[in-house]
Design a binder for this molecule. Structure first.
Ligand SMILES: Nc1ncnc2c1ncn2[C@@H]1O[C@H](COP(=O)(O)OP(=O)(O)OP(=O)(O)O)[C@@H](O)[C@H]1O
Ligand SMILES: [Mg+2]
Length: 341
């Protein structure tokens, strides 16, 4: 198991986390006595997040980013491993305890059209978490709702109270979703591709809003994106995920400028400039992403790796510290970092 950064800060500390999904058809297979196939969506993740930090989580489609986010947001239960949040393992909590912790960890989803209930007015929609989580007395709902609407820059706040979601643009809806997550004053937000479905013209405003929330309210974020330029703009550190595992972790500029894992290096070569929404060049990766159903033996990246050596087919590289504040899971990280490969 890899050493993890910031050990002992007591905020978010994920250890050897796994989430397996049984594949459809498993029931018939089990009737026929066949072994069930499973999807190893999250397959042994070690990760620490500090208070007020923005951790960018990147990786190709299907690498397990959303699954990891949902586990931390307590929307799914892990198969094994632990998620310690403020020194309690949230994977072990009862339903009632999970409910209490929802004040502290909130999630923002990709699609603001699906996430906002069309039957509610904005005020009604924003009041719901206050009521469900018993945050404030009903007499204070209005003030708190107005406050959070101003925070997400929906102004004048009063003019939004009685409006319905269909009257709002996509960007405004996503601001309402951020407001609904923020209204309970969480300490950690999981933002899952929160701008990727929105018009390019409103994306940077929303990203800036989330950066301001971190700076002014001190909340930490796990910011999920497959756009490396976005990750660079948003994050303090970046975690690169490949087939259910984190293969590289470190300060965002260092990782991008000097990757310690060949997968990161290839992903980075597709980013032309550190500006959000501009990474249109394709990564120069050979082959399709290996299937998460059949994770290759040895290093899981070896069939696509341009630097592959015989050792990589046999031995899974551990996720270890490779430099100050840097971790990577490659047998040849040292050579990559010193430019020998
Ligand atoms: N509820 C589920 N049941 C079965 N398989 C699932 C389930 N949720 C996710 N998976 C599988 O787990 C793997 C990881 O999925 P996940 O959605 O976490 O990836 P992702 O990195 O978020 O991808 P994307 O960038 O496309 O959003 C995929 O192979 C996916 O099909
Ligand atoms: Mg996803």
């Amino acid at each position: 198991m890899g050493a993890t950064l910031g050990l002992g800060n007591g905020f978010l500390h994920i250890k050897d986390l796994q989430k397996l999904f049984a594949l459809r058809g498993g029931f018939i297979d089990s009737l026929l006595g066949r072994t069930q196939s499973v999807v190893r969506a999250v397959d042994g993740v070690d990760l620490t997040v500090s208070p007020g930090e923005i951790l960018g989580l990147v990786g190709e489609s299907g690498s397990g980013k959303t699954t990891l986010g949902r586990l931390v947001a307590m929307l799914d239960r892990p198969t094994s491993g632990s998620i310690e949040f403020r020194e309690r393992d949230i994977a072990q909590l009862s339903r009632a305890e999970v409910w209490q912790l929802r004040r502290d960890i909130q999630m923002i989803f990709q699609n603001p059209y699906e996430s906002v209930d069309p039957r509610y007015t904005i005020a009604g929609w924003l009041a719901e978490p206050l009521r469900l989580l018993r945050i404030t007395s009903a007499s204070e709902y209005r003030d708190r709702i107005l406050e959070v609407l101003s925070q997400v820059e929906l102004r004048p706040a009063e003019s939004f109270l009685d409006r319905y979601p269909h009257e709002l643009s996509g960007g405004q809806r996503q601001r309402v979703c951020i407001a609904r997550a923020a209204i309970v004053k969480p300490k950690l937000m999981i933002a899952d591709e929160p701008v990727s479905m929105l018009d390019v013209s409103v994306r940077s405003g929303l990203m800036k809003l989330m950066l301001d929330m971190r700076n002014e309210l001190g909340m930490a974020f796990i910011y999920i994106t497959h756009d490396l330029a976005v990750a660079r703009y948003m994050s303090d550190r970046i975690a690169v995920m490949y087939l259910g595992k984190i293969v590289e972790l470190g300060p965002v500029d260092e990782v991008i400028e000097k990757p310690a894992h060949p997968y990161t290096k290839i992903l980075m070569s597709a980013v032309p400039e550190p500006r959000p929404g501009r990474s249109r060049r394709r990564a120069n990766l050979k082959g399709e992403a290996a299937s998460i159903k059949e994770i290759p033996g040895g290093c899981r990246f070896h069939p696509r790796c341009p630097m592959v050596q015989p050792k990589c087919e046999e031995e899974e590289p551990p996720f270890v510290t490779v430099d100050k504040d840097r971790e990577s899971a490659c047998h040849f990280s040292a050579q990559l970092l010193n430019g020998a490969m």
